[in-house]
Design a binder for this molecule. Sequence first.
Ligand code: MRU
Length: 356
Amino acid sequence: MRTVFWDYDSDSTKMIDQRQLPWEFEIAEFTDYKEVARAIKEMYVRGAPAIGAAAAFGMALAARQSSATDRLTLLRDLETAAAHLNAARPTAVNLAWAVRRMLRVAANEELEGVDDVRDAILAEAQMLADEDVALNKRMAYNGAELISDGDTILHHCNTGALATVDWGTALGVVFAAHEQGKKIHVLVDETRPRLQGSRLTAWELHQRGIPFDLIADNAAGHFMRTGQVDIVLVGSDRTAANGDVANKIGTYKLAVVAKENGVPFYPVVPTSTVDLELEHGDLIPIEERGNEEVLFIGEQSIAPAGITARNPAFDVTPHRYVTGIVTEAGIVYPPFVKNLRQAVEAEQNKEKASEK
Ligand code: MRU
């Protein structure tokens, strides 16, 4: 089942409610784009590509919700929805990328009436979701070349099917290596404070029967220093033009320790997550979430009442710690300024050629 999808029977967008996993498996249904924005903010759906697909379907809902009878009014309503969706979470660039793509379709002057625009946006959102699955698989098999029989892979956050429309990014590489029959083992960072590792990654690996151990985030350095990790694989929420990688908080610390111990560190990043407009990682907006995520685990308080906490949801790993970046266009190595741009533009040109 896909993490985010359009239900053509009920004309609504549906998503797995990730807040309930691994305890309950529930599907949430949305008919209002503002509710989709809320679901992104409150992390029913999370993970950069999944957020992008949710926003695309959110735009399809906005087009259906609009009572406009002329194109100009519909475009204005879509701009309002775009601003609302874009404000939901700032770091994952796939959100703005997907919304921009829907607006581009809406602006196509060859479409005649408002209903044509509505249909075209839904078709584009569906295409974006389908493409996500296909390119994740390509990327996964590119990355699987880095994995040898017997390897132990350290993984942070959740980057699996749940973080995308299906299959996944860094965890997708793990799935591909497993599918190839390689005997692998995964060390799963629990990923405080939202525990995407223990709740979601562990759930996905367990379902597929891939051997793993859950570890406290603080144990990762120990496993690397004692030679028990062959490769670190992570995802990215936004990668700058120079190869600086924004990802789930804690990634930077992993990358520094990996370099110190000679462990290769590879982010797995679809080209839609690369922001060529940002020269370096310090320009990436970092989301700060509520301090209750640090002060509580679920409903359980884990600190004295009345204290303060800080909760940056992402950090930036400077490109000097990055061994290579796995993309659907292949594995990109330094110098990233040149090679990453080349990979991204090659994919964009392919897309343009297929549109003609
Ligand atoms: O806050 P989240 O759970 O949305 O953060 C997700 C991550 O940081 C993932 O590692 C990232 O989106 C890349 S993998 C799809």
